[in-house]
Design a protein around this ligand. Structure first.
Ligand code: GDP
Length: 297
């Protein structure tokens, strides 16, 4: 489903880069996300991030923002990509300096290459006695990831998620890439984006965490997300605060869908209930047929 309309250049404005951390289990994804989260509480949000919604925004020292996807795991990531939902702009490949390249490191490299997005390598656990960041650099050469000092174009940041070193350099690197890539979106149109996670709340009904990729989502919008649809009754941000709208690169929680969508589903605003329902039904039919075909083969 694609209702893309060409944007006029004057409608496009800068948006935050969207970043995903990938790497082998235990190499420090969770620790890195936590360290970044805790050192960059968005101003005016003294309580910090109060609800896990699959993604969150941080404010860097110079006031710019970065949207981090709370790593959904490689499986969910490839699922999203398979369905054409390119959620991320940049991949941080985290590799533990005392362990080096491991099977899921390779997987992460494949994902990033297929998604065709810039990679930043964060060589983690450099605080450990057995750390050998140079070995990580030479191992990654075999995968075509050549460090800048070796004439390549892959930024390598050495640090420790636990000791909170290298984090500033990592953020600066992300912001530099964002500047070069010039990520833009048009906030003056109906929203579109992707579902990050969803579940059924006993009291509130279907709850979906979504990432707005383009346009602006507004309360009362009628959206279609995969095979589900509905009027948005409530929008909340990662601080569990009610908001009336959400622009590009913003992750929010929405309430009001008729059913629970799947992670990786794309969503669009269709401000007409009949059309929304028929698109959702058509997509449900398509999904059913695809499943039948899969079962028959
Ligand atoms: P994940 O599986 O990739 O999310 O890895 P975790 O963030 O859960 O980290 C796995 C283990 O490595 C935990 O015990 C962390 O405390 C530890 N760890 C993560 N980063 C560092 C680091 O920079 N230095 C040290 N020494 N330990 C770390």
């Amino acid at each position: 489903l694609d209702l893309t309309v060409e944007d006029k250049p004057e409608d496009l404005v800068m948006r935050n880069p969207i970043v995903t951390i990938m790497g082998h289990v235990d190499h420090g994804k969770t620790t890195l996300l936590d360290s970044i989260k805790n050192t960059n509480v968005v101003a005016g949000e003294a309580g910090g991030i109060t609800q896990a919604i699959g993604a969150y925004r941080i404010k860097t020292e110079d006031g710019r923002r970065i949207t981090f996807i709370d790593t959904p795991g490689h499986e969910a990531f490839s699922e999203m990509r398979a369905r054409g939902a390119n959620v991320t702009d940049i991949v941080i490949l985290i590799v533990a300096a005392d362990d080096g390249v491991m099977p899921q490191t390779e997987e992460a490299i494949d994902h990033a290459k297929l998604a065709n997005v810039p990679i930043v390598v964060f060589v983690n656990k450099c605080d450990k006695p057995g750390a050998d960041p140079e070995r990580v650099k030479s191992e990654l050469m075999k995968y075509g990831l050549l460090a800048e000092e070796y004439g390549g174009d892959i930024p390598f940041v050495l640090g420790s998620a636990k000791a909170k070193t290298g984090l500033k350099e990592l953020q600066d690197t992300l912001l530099f890439i964002a500047e070069m890539q010039d990520y833009k979106a048009n906030p003056n149109k109906l929203a579109s984006g992707v579902v990050l996670e969803a579940h059924l709340d006993k009291a509130k009904g279907p709850v979906a965490s979504i990432l707005v990729k383009d346009g602006t989502l507004e309360i009362k919008d009628m959206i279609v997300a995969g095979t589900t649809y509905g009027n948005i009754k409530l929008i909340e941000n990662e601080h569990a605060k009610k908001v009336l709208k959400a622009g590009p690169s913003k992750p929010v929680v929405i309430y009001g869908l008729n059913e629970v969508p799947s992670a990786g589903d794309k969503f669009i605003v269709i401000n007409d209930e009949k059309t929304a329902r028929s698109i959702a039904e058509a997509q449900a039919e398509k999904k059913l047929n695809a499943e039948r075909q899969k079962n028959n083969s």
